[in-house]
Design a protein around this ligand. Structure first.
Ligand SMILES: Nc1ncnc2c1ncn2[C@@H]1O[C@H](COP(=O)(O)OP(=O)(O)O)[C@@H](O)[C@H]1O
Ligand SMILES: Cc1ncsc1CCOP(=O)(O)O
Ligand SMILES: [Mg+2]
Length: 302
């Protein structure tokens, strides 16, 4: 059963393929179906660049979208939404106090939320906001490898053995690290989230996505390199993760969203001629990919 070897932090682990009858696959199919039949609301506080794609991806996945920026709007909408999504890609000065307050209130209300720490490591305002989330953390963190490493670093969770992680790590909005190098940081982040909020998950996107609950590490291959040629692939994946979080536990939600994106990316690549038609085809593929196709995806666990 052990057919693969991988590294989690400094330790080597054996990866096993998830079998066709693993209960996780049934939970994934159920989450996908549940979103399509109940159209849950996930609200988003997200960046100005990709806000439209986030809303359209949530709708194409079967959910409902609402974009909010004012703190009172966000807290009121959180009461009626299944989950909230916060993305720090573009910021204004007043967000510094507002987002810290919102995170605290979401925690007090017990409302699940997803964080995309876009460009973690860049700018004192973004760093202050992300640091404020340490004691009022989200249910799910979704980011690229550099963002996950930078967030774990600013929360003091990286071991820094051999100086592996500089104290401030500018990553931009694109990753400069590969997914495997973020495995240890993702696991430590997931354990930190769990210690505050119970069940939690961390998702690291890239050529092969990684999702962990702090105990197990799932690897989800596939998709298309064209995903990196449209803006908002990662941001909208965060939004769709919030859509699934409205109906499922954090690990199932994060895996289901990544798998949907991987299958839809493959369909879109086959049907498109460049970035413009890729984005259009990708939205159609989010809509048309079946729960069975998503749940049957290749997956390994270490
Ligand atoms: N080289 C790649 N090959 C295939 N899929 C990719 C590749 N890079 C990213 N993706 C996919 O694109 C989506 C966004 O991931 P990513 O580009 O890492 O996020 P971000 O835009 O936040 O940096 C994910 O679904 C991921 O699986
Ligand atoms: C280009 C850009 N600049 C600030 S936020 C943003 C969008 C990043 O989107 P993604 O991380 O999904 O590529
Ligand atoms: Mg991103």
């Amino acid at each position: 059963m052990s057919d693969d070897s991988t590294r989690c932090g400094n330790a080597a682990y054996s990866a096993i393929q998830i079998s066709p009858d693993d209960p996780l696959r049934a939970r994934i199919a159920e989450a996908v179906q549940s979103v399509r039949t109940t159209t849950p609301l996930a609200q988003s506080f997200t960046n100005f660049v990709t806000i439209n794609l986030v809303a359209n991806a949530q709708l194409a996945s079967g959910g409902t979208a609402a974009m909010s920026f004012l703190p009172d709007d966000i807290v009121d909408t959180a009461q009626i939404a299944g989950a909230t999504y916060i993305n720090v890609g573009t910021l204004l000065p007043f967000y510094k106090d507002a987002l810290a307050d919102i995170a605290e209130r979401l925690g007090r209300l017990g409302k699940p939320w997803v964080l995309d720490p876009v460009a973690a490591g860049i700018g004192t305002t973004r760093t202050a906001i992300l640091q404020s989330f340490r004691d009022h953390p989200p249910t799910v963190v979704r980011g690229n490898a550099s963002e996950i490493i930078a967030l774990a670093d600013m929360w003091g969770l990286n071991d820094n053995v051999g100086g592996a992680y500089p104290s401030s790590r500018p990553a931009g909005v694109e990753s400069v690290d590969d997914v495997d190098s973020a495995t240890g940081a993702a696991m430590r982040l997931a354990r930190h989230l769990s210690s505050h909020a119970g069940k939690a998950a961390v998702a690291v996107s890239g050529e092969v996505d990684l999702v962990t609950d702090g105990e197990h590490v799932y690897r989800l291959p596939g998709s298309s390199a064209m995903m990196t040629k449209i803006t908002g692939a990662g941001c909208s994946l965060g939004g769709v993760t919030a859509t699934y979080l409205a109906v499922a536990d954090p690990l199932t939600a994060a895996i289901a969203a990544s798998l949907l994106y991987n299958r839809a990316g493959e369909s879109a690549e086959a049907a498109s001629r460049g970035p413009g038609s890729f984005q259009v085809e990708f939205l159609d593929a989010l809509w048309n990919t079946t729960a069975e196709q998503i749940a049957a995806s290749p997956m390994s666990m270490a």
